[in-house]
Design a protein. Structure first.
Length: 257
């Protein structure tokens, strides 16, 4: 059913145009999007609602404005599913679509880059919280990295590679189990290690049917830094897709996609 809603959303040229606009510049208001399409404000709102229901866009309230962001995670999941099924052909068409929808420059109206992702996971909220905060889970979906933190405000928040070396360092800013987690983020991997620390917010919301909505907001980038480009180019998309797959099937996605 999830795939059907995504394909239905992508079938309409006006909705594809809206995704193209967010690809060109992320974090747009309804007024900005409306000005680019030959239709009424109500018509644009209807198309945005379909895209949001399919999980292809997310929205965030910033001041008095509601900004719209491209969410590439559903496209990643479809891409992985079909690439896995037809690995010999590599499904180049879906790969191109995935690249296009992940592109974007992530600029808000204030010219401050921000990444916003949203995913629905068929698992209880407490289980998802454990997957985010416990090393036995992160080691299976977060590039083999274990998480070290006690979740108290001000304490370290560090991802470590299998050899024990830290790869991402930060500290806990806010911890409200199992609803919200905020931590700083500083990659130690060159050339990203030269960038200033950024900020990651995890928001979890329990929904009917035993599923959990997860929203990740990565912000405070000082422009289109190496960290921003690396994560926007697929880092968060892979991590969230892999976490969803692990929680729903018991196994992470195969490496190499």
């Amino acid at each position: 059913m999830e795939d059907e809603s995504i394909f239905r959303a992508l079938a309409d040229p006006s909705r594809r145009r809206l995704l193209d606009l967010l690809f060109e510049r992320d974090g747009r208001t309804l007024t900005e999007l409306e000005s680019e399409l030959p239709m009424t404000r109500f018509g644009v709102m209807k198309h945005l609602r379909v895209l949001q229901e399919a999980g292809l866009i997310t929205t965030r309230k910033v001041g008095r404005e509601r900004l719209h962001y491209l969410n590439p995670v559903p496209i990643q999941l479809i891409s992985d599913r079909w690439i896995s099924k037809y690995s010999a052909a590599r499904a180049s068409l879906l790969a191109d679509l995935k690249t296009t929808l992940e592109g974007g420059n992530g600029m808000t109206t204030a010219s401050k880059p921000r990444l916003v992702y949203q995913i629905i996971i068929k698992a209880p909220q407490e289980r998802v919280w454990e997957a985010i905060t416990k090393s036995e889970f992160t080691s299976r979906y977060y590039y083999g990295c274990t998480l070290k933190t006690d979740l108290t405000v001000g304490s370290p928040f560090t991802y470590n590679m299998p050899n024990g070396s830290p790869i991402v360092e930060g500290e806990v800013v806010a911890s409200e189990p199992p609803n919200r987690l905020v931590h700083t983020y500083h990659s130690l991997w060159p050339p990203m290690n030269e960038d200033a620390p950024t900020r990651v917010t995890w928001e979890l919301e329990s929904m009917p049917g035993g599923v959990t909505k997860v929203t990740v907001v990565h912000e405070d980038f000082q422009g289109q830094t190496a960290t921003y480009q690396g994560l926007q180019g697929g880092g968060w998309t892979w991590i969230l897709s892999n976490m969803k797959t692990l929680l729903e099937t018991g196994e992470p996605m195969p490496q190499g996609y």
